[in-house]
Design a protein around this ligand. Structure first.
Ligand code: CTP
Ligand code: MG
Length: 556
């Protein structure tokens, strides 16, 4: 009997520390997870945000003595922890024990004189440290140890996978190599917190919260940073507190729709980031999208950021995915492998267009795991039945209620291996009736398609929306062909290869590398197509990418 596959906690969350302890004490495979109280999504967010507010980001000279640097900073208060990384130069993330230390450091910091250029004096928590005199410099490059913030190279992945012991081991190895590290997660919350300081110039009580794959436990190193500007935070916290027969309201300006209000708010924040935000470059205001957003690069952290407001539902979706990711350790391993597989075969892309998105793929894996017998994951409707009154959540008329308490959900009795699940996933979707069925994780069953988009995946909360409306027929067809091919390759491996070979790609590696037979097979097929058809497909996807630009950010 295999141990129960419950995840101890999500790496990249506060509880990651606990998980690491479990791993070092060798308990990870024993199902000892059940002994740990798993944290709610809201608790994790609260702790991380508070941690980020005590943290500063510092650009350092390459030659820096770590010891002297830390001693210098400790003048402002005790340091809880710190790490270094490279992104356009050496940077340090330093977390103080107390928030007051940040103010003390800011009081001891100067706005630089820039010679011919003029500095805009902006007191942020992003600093540069300079060495006062040359003689203080250590003679050679310091030995600061940099943490890695980038995804592993294909070569590295290939090596890791070929040396794994089984296909199950390969899937877990891939997960470990790509998942967000503790440091990367800290940097994501810190970046939101720095942007919050800028937005606070207009809205002093706002909160900027990460959502999407940065927090839903399905983020890969290098994924974008989705940010939600929450202007309701204070209202929700204090509205109920007053007594007496009066209700106080602020005098406000009004505009004709919620959408226009959102556009106006994002427009000024975009300007502010562009003009005054240290390290914020390439600011684009994409205000006519279905869900308006400001996109920019945060150079010092290396993150591509998408800032939105007025989409609280997406935050709830992130919480739901976090729950699913934490319920069973097989979920994340399978999602990461499917995402890597899709990326390797260009089924997904960083450019918006008629492609399947990572978000859609995650929903497909969750749905597939709901369809196993016995199910590995419960339906959203079931999670709703477990909700307490405090979980109740209605957003813009949509019922977003479900339990936030992971410990209420019984572990699945299903003991299928990852190897089997991977094969079955490809078979399941290689034969799925996409033409008539919709993927519905709320009910955990396929439903009749309500409209004619090639791929229909119901948004779990805004049930009239299709999260994969952007996907065109040829992209879906490509997905199906590759899924069938991959199922076939895994079956052949079963027959042909008695033991894994270290020199040749096998198992998951055979599915990921472009040299696999299936891509040759598909290339041949592609070449057979007349050029006109290939060009038509290309035009379709470009057309798709224009009209679907807004769709792609839908729900954000
Ligand atoms: N979202 C949505 N409906 C869509 C697209 C996105 O509700 N059609 C929400 C989801 O909560 C999603 C989040 O917006 O997680 C961020 O979208 P995106 O960045 O596209 O996906 P991620 O899940 O963050 O995945 P990736 O790692 O590819 O960024
Ligand atoms: Mg994202």
């Amino acid at each position: 009997q295999r141990p129960i596959h419950r995840l101890l906690s999500c790496p990249g969350t506060v509880a990651a520390d606990l998980r690491r302890e479990e791993q070092t004490s060798g308990n990870v495979e024993t199902g000892s997870a059940d002994r740990l109280v798993q944290k709610r999504f809201s608790e994790v967010q609260k702790e991380r945000r508070e941690q980020a507010q005590r943290t500063v980001l510092i650009n350092c000279p390459n030659k820096i003595s770590e010891k002297k640097f830390l001693k210098y900073l400790s003048q402002h208060g005790p340091i809880n922890n710190h790490f270094f990384y490279e992104s356009f130069g050496l940077h340090a993330v330093v977390e103080f024990c107390q928030k007051e230390s940040v103010a003390s450091l800011q009081d001891a910091t100067y706005t630089p004189g820039l010679g011919a250029e003029a500095a805009i004096p902006f007191r942020s928590r992003f600093f540069s440290v300079k060495l006062k005199t040359a003689e203080n410099q250590p003679s050679e490059r310091s030995n600061v140890c940099c943490t890695n913030q980038s995804p592993p190279t294909s070569r590295k992945i290939f090596e890791l996978l070929c040396y794994a012991e089984s296909i199950d081991d390969q899937l877990n190895t891939l997960l470990k190599a790509f998942q967000l590290t503790e440091e990367n997660t800290k940097l994501r919350y810190l970046t939101c917190s720095l942007v919050e300081d800028i937005a606070a110039a207009y809205f002093p009580f706002c909160a900027i919260k990460p959502f999407g794959s940065s927090v839903n436990s399905f983020g890969k190193l290098g994924c974008d940073l989705d940010m939600f500007l929450d202007l309701d935070e204070t209202r929700r916290l204090h509205a109920q507190k007053t007594s007496g027969n009066f209700l106080m309201e602020f005098q406000v300006k009004s505009v004709s729709s919620e959408r226009i209000a959102t556009q106006k708010i994002l427009s000024v924040i975009g300007e502010c980031l562009d003009h005054f935000g240290p390290g914020c470059v390439g600011v684009q205001k994409i205000l006519n999208a279905r869900c308006p957003l400001v996109r920019f690069s945060h150079q010092a952290s290396g993150f591509q950021c998408d800032l939105t407001t007025n989409n609280r539902i997406a935050l709830k979706t992130s919480e739901l995915l976090y729950m699913y990711g934490a319920l069973d350790s097989r979920v994340r391993a399978l999602v990461f492998s499917i995402r890597c597989w899709a990326r390797a075969h260009s089924l997904t892309s960083s450019i918006p267009g008629a492609w399947i998105t990572n978000f859609s793929l995650t929903m497909m894996v969750i749905f597939f795991l709901q369809r196993r017998s016995p199910p590995i994951l419960p339906s959203l409707d079931y999670l709703q039945t477990l909700a307490d009154p405090e979980d109740e959540c209605i957003i813009e008329g949509h019922n977003c209620t479900f339990t936030g308490d992971l410990n209420k959900i019984k572990p699945s009795g299903n003991t299928e291996t990852l190897e089997l699940l991977l094969k079955e996933f490809f078979e399941y979707f290689g034969n799925f009736a996409f033409n008539k069925s919709s993927i519905n994780i709320r009910q955990g069953k396929e439903q009749n398609k309500p409209e004619s988009s090639p791929l229909h995946i119901q948004n779990p909360f805004e049930i009239s929306l299709n999260i994969s409306k952007n996907v065109n027929q040829s992209q879906l067809q490509k997905f199906v062909e590759l899924a069938r091919e991959s199922a076939w390759i895994l079956q052949q491996e079963d027959k042909d290869r008695p033991s894994p070979s270290r020199n040749q790609p096998w198992g998951l590696a055979a599915l990921l590398l472009p040299s696999v037979s299936n891509s040759k097979f598909l290339d041949k097929k592609r070449r057979k197509k007349p050029a006109s058809e290939r060009i038509k497909n290309l035009l379709d996807s470009i057309k798709g990418s224009n009209t679907e630009n807004s769709r792609n950010t839908n729900g954000k």
